[in-house]
Design a protein. Structure first.
Length: 118
């Protein structure tokens, strides 16, 4: 379930500085070659979404235009326990759904070994 938390900087209750932080629902799938994350991020555009990988932590953040005096942002972080290949990461936004594909590093992908008869 998603959570919404409204916060304000210390010392102020000015609607101009108030933030609404939303933690979107995310489904995570894994197969032999990749991890797949699908996040619900309605109301945002691709240019307002940031996907970053640093030290095995995947961060997904987004900001929405102001609404009712609040700025709303999305934020989720994931600690990856499987090494991924940074060159094989893609992200696509379609109809309010962000799909992130993280290709596993070759060292963590199954490899078939041929057995030769002698």
């Amino acid at each position: 379930m998603s959570e919404t938390i409204t916060t304000q900087p210390s010392g102020g209750n000015d609607a101009d500085t108030a933030w609404c932080v939303y933690s979107p629902d995310v489904d995570i799938y894994e197969n032999e070659t990749e991890l797949l994350l699908v996040a619900d991020v309605p109301g945002t555009s691709a240019d307002r979404i940031s996907v970053d990988l640093l030290d095995s932590v995947l961060s997904v953040t987004a900001e929405l235009p102001k609404s009712d005096g609040y700025r709303t942002s999305y934020r989720r972080q994931f600690k990856l326990t499987v090494p991924v290949d940074p060159e094989r990461i893609t992200a696509e936004l379609k109809s309010g759904e962000l799909t992130i594909r993280l290709g596993k590093a070759d060292s963590h992908r199954p490899r078939r070994i041929d057995v030769k008869a002698s």
